[in-house]
Design a protein around this ligand. Structure first.
Ligand code: F6P
Length: 556
């Protein structure tokens, strides 16, 4: 398929078709604004068959949305018009679906089964080779064959990286900690806030700590500075020069820069430019996950994601979990006047899922220009927010139940493997289902003067994702589900889900503003001052006052 962004005739024609289809859908959504979840559940007995799907160990229930089945048919027709299946196949085939950067997005290749002997696919061979290196290294660290420079066993890992080079590994290490090696602690250092370094290293012994510097580009200033700060932390602990090679490894596609940082070639794990940062936890970026859970469980995580990949490729559109999830999301964008998407895992192990999904969905689809180079005429990525249940019930759920805006919720509910004497696991499940019910049904609260305050309107949509347990396989499938939902929405919205030009400007400006915070950093007269100049002056004054005090020189 032709993915040239320089609007060819066929791209133009596709964009016109997309606009017509979206406009028709918008009119349909307008005509169905009074849809009632309760009534639909009663009047459409086929909902249970059409809007409930099982795949790769996950059970997804989309029945409680204000989505009448005729609208679902219209959404499936939109997916055909927008050639979602062809675009999906193009992604799996390694075509340049990242059309603004003319690159494939081949994260799915990272979780294919190991290639058979004689398989000539160079990507499969490259993936297998890197995974074998990661596994050999991870196993050696875990069983104590790889030691620190003083011969002591490694008992902690500090993973230095940000964005896609941080969020997936942190999420997975937390999610799968119950199956992990408790002797190895994994910490994460992403922010350049000096406090973050202190927290990441507090109580750790440099002699038994391994640092992983993860940066696809090796140009990310936060990661570069944190890596330098970690090197200084080791030096304070007496580990420097060649000894550092037992304590520092890197993951990057910029191998030369990692070599220039002083790392040995065998300590550098490559990642390829056909893996996007926010889709990269399956690559060598996942090294801390492998260290934490072991190479066998890491393989199971890949297998779970691959099972979801196969479902996404092979299930017919009407039974396809990621496609249905994307269609429901798109419909809510139309039928609920924008709004946002809320994610509430009823699982403490998934406490970092929301942060992960914010990057995945908003960095992927927070775009406004279509494939034809023109602004699209529809709203794209909704804001994503949330936190774990039941805590969230005691903070923002009030607004979900009675607020003026309607925000659809993804409830992620994990059946606990065992319970305790207080039956807290069952209480967690009961609470999740109670919230689903309360949002869908609401409640009249009598006829007295306060009834209007006490009653909840209901008809508030939610998706329920059920997992019968949270193991590496199901976790992999869950993340792959959201990845494919995100990519599918990008195709439906006709945007590029795999680039992130919008974050570049901030990086450029940070480099320009930093010198202005220095004592001699006046804005040159020839330059129009930035809008933040008054803020710079305010901060400069405080920095100058601070530096005038004894004992705290700037840059310490
Ligand atoms: O935030 C922008 C971004 O480019 C993300 O897409 C990426 O995951 C992150 O920065 C980190 O990039 P790198 O791995 O190159 O350090």
């Amino acid at each position: 398929m032709n993915d040239d962004p320089q609007a060819s005739d066929s791209t133009q024609a596709r964009s016109r078709a997309a606009h017509a289809a979206h406009e028709a859908l918008r009119r349909l959504a307008d005509s169905m604004r009074d849809a009632s979840i309760e009534r639909l559940l009663h009047d459409e007995p086929a909902r249970g068959e059409r809007l409930v799907v099982e795949a790769a160990g996950l059970h997804a229930d989309f029945t409680r949305h204000r989505l009448p089945l005729p609208a679902l048919d219209a959404l499936l027709a939109l997916a055909r018009t927008l050639e979602v299946e062809q675009r999906r196949d193009a992604m799996f085939a390694g075509e340049p679906v990242n059309f603004t950067e003319r690159r494939p997005a081949l994260h799915v290749a990272l979780r294919r089964p190991a290639p058979a002997a004689g398989d000539a696919d160079p990507i499969a061979a490259d993936v297998a080779q890197t995974l074998a290196r990661m596994s050999a290294f991870g196993d050696a660290v875990r069983d104590g064959r790889w030691t620190g420079a003083t011969g002591r066993r490694i008992d902690a890992v500090v993973h230095v990286g940000i964005g896609g080079s941080h969020l997936g590994p942190q999420l997975a290490c937390e999610a799968l900690a119950h199956d992990a090696d408790a002797r190895l602690e994994c910490r994460f250092l992403s922010n350049v806030d000096p406090d973050a370094l202190r927290r990441a290293t507090e109580g750790l012994d440099p002699a038994t700590t391994l640092a992983i510097v993860a940066s696809k580009s090796w140009h990310t200033t936060e990661t570069a500075r944190n890596a330098a700060a970690m090197r200084r932390w080791y030096a304070h602990g007496g580990i420097a020069g060649d000894a550092l090679r037992r304590h520092f490894v890197a993951v990057t596609s910029n191998v030369d820069a990692a070599l220039a940082f002083g790392l040995a070639g065998e300590s550098i794990f490559p990642m390829r430019d056909w893996v996007g940062g926010r889709y990269s936890m399956w690559s060598a970026i996942g090294l801390p996950i492998l260290l934490k859970i072991g190479s066998r469980a890491f393989r199971e995580m890949l297998d779970g994601a691959h099972a979801m990949d196969r479902h996404f490729r092979e299930a017919p559109p009407a039974r396809n979990m990621p496609l249905l999830m994307a269609l429901v999301s798109l419909w809510n964008r139309l039928a609920l006047d924008g709004g946002s998407e809320v994610v509430v895992p009823y699982s403490d192990a998934l406490r970092s899922l929301v942060a992960y999904l914010q990057q995945l969905q908003m960095e992927s689809n927070g775009k406004r220009i279509g494939r034809d180079g023109r602004p699209v005429a529809w709203e794209t990525a909704p804001p994503v927010w949330g936190s774990t249940g039941t805590d969230a019930q005691h903070s923002f759920f009030q607004a979900l139940h009675q607020g003026t805006n309607v925000h659809p919720v993804d409830f992620i509910v994990v059946v606990p493997e065992r319970d305790d004497e207080e039956r807290r696991g069952i209480a967690l499940l009961a609470n999740a289902l109670a919230q689903v019910e309360a949002l869908a049904r609401g409640r009249r609260a009598g006829d007295d003067a306060l009834a209007a305050h006490r009653g909840t309107p209901g008809n508030r949509p939610s998706t329920v994702l059920l997992l019968d347990r949270l193991d590496a396989r199901r976790f992999g499938a869950l993340i792959a589900l959201y990845e494919h939902k995100t990519a599918t929405l990008g195709w439906l919205w006709d945007i590029d889900s795999f680039d992130q030009w919008g974050v570049e400007l901030g990086k450029v400006l940070a480099a320009e503003i930093e010198p202005l915070l220095a004592p001699s950093g006046d804005v040159p007269a020839s330059r129009s001052p930035p809008t933040v100049e008054p803020l710079i002056r305010w901060i400069r004054k405080r920095l100058d006052d601070r530096d005038a005090r004894p004992g705290a020189p700037r840059g310490a």
